[in-house]
Design a protein around this ligand. Structure first.
Ligand SMILES: [Zn+2]
Length: 303
């Protein structure tokens, strides 16, 4: 069975810190401290806290080296295909897709059969979003497969007028669209299910508490990216056993797996499949998840 990781952040500052710092963050230790932190966004913020960096000052080979580092870790962890989310600043980084392509092909040399796609993370609140939309066509030509839309407020209903316009621009350029939502409650899930161009939703744990939202996701055929380790580390669920993955499948919601932030969370895609098995998913369920992932890599073929 081919393991697809369809939800992975580059963890740019964290990887840069690992590669360049003389005293890199000890992520295992940091994870241990999280238990004292209240569940929810505070944990996410704590886990995300690494020194800021300025992408402009990063040399070509370092940029490429970071991508290679992430993809090589992923391939080593058993992934057949990884969709990597690049930080928004990448879009102004010269030749960022050439850098990605060269990192990807070098990793594929060491891990034959491995493949990867690049997704650009976009902060919807930034004023440059409009210009970035204008660059979607070129980015798609250079091999970008999709965009991830980041928005505020995350844990309450957001205004989707701008998000809808960006999703339409992405789809028009042939890019796929994924949006993280519903990690801590069901906010934004119904709104996102109503945007035709949204192909996938990340996390969506909060859907389980709302039968109407579950039905909506199943009926729309939106694919949910489940990140089991992340859900526990960030406190989306109190324990792995409480993750609603089995209920998603029962409700007919399409599901794929992802590692989210493997460096910081200490996981790999093979672990994620093993954890899904521990929740009661049998061989045929896991094979179906893998098949779904193959069909749900961005950009989705549109009818
Ligand atoms: Zn995520």
């Amino acid at each position: 069975m081919d393991l697809f990781d369809l939800h992975q952040n580059t963890e740019w500052p964290a990887r840069l810190d690992q590669v360049l710092s003389s005293t890199p963050v000890d992520w295992a230790g940091r994870r241990g401290e999280l238990a004292d932190e209240p569940r929810g966004l505070a944990r996410l913020q704590r886990l995300s806290a690494v020194p800021r960096f300025d992408l402009d000052t990063v040399a070509d080979e370092v940029y490429e080296g970071i991508l290679e580092n992430a993809l090589a870790d992923s391939a080593r962890g058993g992934a057949r295909y990884t969709e990597l989310r690049l930080p928004q600043e990448s879009v102004v980084y010269p030749g960022f897709m050439e850098r990605f392509e060269s990192a990807r092909s070098r990793v594929a040399e060491s891990y034959p059969g491995f493949d990867a796609g690049a997704v650009l993370s976009l902060n919807l609140w930034e004023p440059t979003v409009r210009e970035i939309c204008d660059a979607f066509g070129d980015a798609a030509k250079f091999g970008l497969v999709g965009v991830e839309l980041i928005y505020v407020p995350y844990a309450a209903e957001a205004d989707w007028s701008r998000g809808r316009a960006v999703a339409e621009a992405a789809a028009d350029a042939g890019l796929g669209v994924t949006v993280p939502a519903g990690a801590f409650n069901s906010a934004n899930l119904a709104a996102l299910a109503g945007i035709e161009q949204v192909d996938r939703i990340g996390h969506a744990v909060g859907a389980a508490a709302d039968p109407g939202v579950m039905r909506l996701l199943a009926d729309r055929g939106v694919t949910v990216e489940v990140c089991l380790t992340s859900a526990v580390v960030l406190g989306m669920v109190a324990s792995l056993a409480e993750h609603p993955l089995p209920r998603f499948l029962e409700a007919g919601v399409q599901v794929v797996l992802g590692t989210d932030s493997p460096l910081r969370m200490g996981t790999g895609i093979a672990d994620e499949y093993a954890k899904a098995a521990s929740l009661g998913l049998g061989e045929s369920d896991l094979a179906a998840v893998s098949e779904r992932a193959k069909a749900a890599t961005l950009p989705l073929a549109r009818a």
